[in-house]
Design a protein around this ligand. Structure first.
Ligand code: PAZ
Length: 328
């Protein structure tokens, strides 16, 4: 192994200090015991444990979805948010389940949910009609979509194949990702991380955050945000070193997209980086690996086709190769 030069070692040292400081100062998860229990129950139910890491284990994927918020006050009234709707994560979850994976869906509260993508924005009020005290009817033209959403969701929930874990803030997200990753460590290459969430790049450290609502009336708001430590490298190196890791790279300038994806691939040692541009993200993505760049497009000739359909097929194939390579 090549010796690290001074600046590499310094960078690594800074980043582990930043990571420690992030976790030490983050407000502890209120429901961490509940999450631990849910994870354990889910893995047990699917016979996914360290003992099953012998080639017989099922494949499992942690799909992250939606965007994290950055609170500006401890008793949060205001926060910084981003655009992510959770569509990518919800659609991908459906295709992973269809491909036989069990899925841990780590999602932003209130964003798009698996099997609900074809329902209107306010499904409860738009899809149902009150007839009388004992009858509520599904309105046309929504009856087929409602039937499919309920039966598909019921099917995976009854089989125990889908675990949904909601987050809101960057603090919750990174702590939960760490919990999921370490609980999947024993599954080695059978575990996959599909990191589609748009994770905040800057945050206000808890200790320097105002406790109460920031008051207006005293001129412009002067606030300094620090960089969120890059957790992808830690995920790969420490939390789940044998898992198959896919991250996403989003840009609005397509001229820098592939270069940035290449950089993420080598810097964080991802197996795959999926590159997408904001305005075309539902039409086309580029799957970037060390060997190739494959453009994956939505089949526009088919009604209701998503770019996630061919994308997940391709990633499932690559994951299968990773499992074989890692076990041989
Ligand atoms: O959630 P959504 O469907 O609206 O968008 C998906 C996405 C663009 C957030 C995702 O494909 C992605 O690129 N996530 C990583 C973003 C980033 O570079 O941080």
């Amino acid at each position: 192994m090549a010796a690290k030069n001074g600046s590499e070692a310094a960078e690594e040292h800074t980043s582990s200090a930043e990571i420690r400081s992030f976790f030490d100062s983050a407000p502890p998860l209120k429901n961490s015991l509940e999450i631990t229990d849910k994870l354990k129950e889910f893995l047990d139910k699917n016979s996914l444990s360290a003992d099953a890491g012998d080639g017989r284990a099922n494949r499992i994927v942690c799909v992250t979805s939606g965007g994290t918020t950055v609170p500006l006050e401890q008793r949060c009234v205001r926060y910084i948010d981003n655009f992510a709707s959770g569509h990518r994560g919800a659609a991908s979850t459906e295709y992973f389940l269809k491909a036989g994976y069990v899925v841990i869906f780590l999602y932003r509260r209130g964003t798009c949910q698996p099997y609900c993508r074809s329902l209107p924005a306010d499904p409860f009020l738009e899809c149902f009609e009150f007839i009388d005290e004992s009858h509520i009817k599904v309105r046309e033209p929504h009856s087929e979509a409602v039937k499919m959403a309920i039966s598909d969701h019921q099917n995976v929930v009854e089989k125990g194949q889908l675990l949904k874990l909601p987050f809101t803030t960057i603090f919750e997200y990174l702590q939960m990702l760490q919990m999921v990753a370490t609980s999947l460590r024993g599954l080695g290459p059978h575990a996959m991380f599909y990191l589609a969430a748009a994770v905040s790049d800057f945050y206000v450290p808890w200790k320097s955050m105002a406790e109460h609502k920031i008051q207006s009336g005293s001129g412009p708001l002067d606030m300094s945000l620090v960089q969120v430590p890059k957790m992808l490298a830690v995920l790969r190196k420490e939390w789940a070193p044998f898992a198959y890791c896919i991250s996403f790279k989003l840009e609005t300038d397509k001229n820098i997209l592939l270069k940035k994806a290449d950089m993420a691939l080598s810097k964080y040692k991802m197996h795959v980086v999926v590159a997408n541009e904001l305005s075309t993200r539902n039409e086309e993505v580029v799957v970037v690996t060390g060997d190739e760049k494959v453009s994956v497009c939505r089949d526009k000739t088919q009604v209701g086709c998503d770019v996630e359909d061919p994308l997940i097929k391709l990633l499932v194939e690559k994951h299968a190769i990773h499992i074989v390579d890692s076990c041989s």
